[in-house]
Ligand binder design. Structure first.
Ligand SMILES: [Zn+2]
Length: 76
């Protein structure tokens, strides 16, 4: 039982790390494109401040990347 719990936790951590790596690799690639802008979230508008990647709300002051289609996502 304990072993199973540990395994599940281990898998969850691995997944988390993997997603982080993927995101970082993707970000590095995307940031090389000129059309991307770095923006700081300054409007507390629900639609405007939702991250397109993780779908979480971005707090005011969060540094985000803005796509030409005006979608935004967390920079880090
Ligand atoms: Zn995000």
């Amino acid at each position: 039982m304990l072993r199973r719990m540990w395994l599940n936790e281990y898998r969850a951590n691995m997944l988390k790390e993997y997603r982080k790596m993927l995101k970082e690799a993707m970000m590095a690639r995307l940031l090389r494109l000129r059309s991307l802008k770095e923006v700081t979230i300054d409007v507390d508008d629900h639609d405007e401040s939702l991250c397109s990647i993780c779908t979480e709300n971005m707090e005011i002051g969060t540094v985000a990347v803005s796509l030409p289609c005006s979608h935004k996502f967390h920079k880090t």
